[in-house]
Design a protein. Structure first.
Length: 81
C-alpha cells in the first residue's frame, strides 16, 4: 500500500536580481536556493528544487520542517540626508 501524499505550502522569497531574473529562497529551508529568468520560471524552479530538497531530507530520515509563520515584507520609508 502506498503512503498518502500530503501537500504542504512553504513561503518562498523571490528577490529581483539586478542583471535580470529572480533568486528564490525558502526561510524554512536554509541553503535551499534557485534562480529563474522570469517570475514564473523562478516559481517553477522553486517548486522543483524544494521538492528535491525534501526528497533528500526524507532519504536521510531527517524531519521535514512545517511552516511556522508567514513572513511579512513591507517597505518602510525613512528620511535620508
Amino acid at each position: 500500500m502506498r503512503k498518502a501524499i500530503e501537500a504542504q505550502a512553504y513561503s518562498a522569497i523571490l528577490n529581483p536580481i539586478s542583471s535580470g531574473g529572480y533568486e528564490v529562497s525558502f526561510p524554512d529551508f536554509p541553503g535551499c536556493v534557485t534562480f529563474g529568468d522570469s517570475f514564473e520560471e523562478a516559481l517553477n524552479k522553486g517548486a522543483e528544487v524544494l521538492g528535491l530538497w525534501i526528497e533528500e531530507l526524507e532519504s536521510h530520515n531527517q524531519n521535514i520542517p512545517i511552516q511556522k509563520s508567514h513572513p511579512i515584507i513591507a517597505d518602510i520609508k525613512v528620511a535620508v540626508a
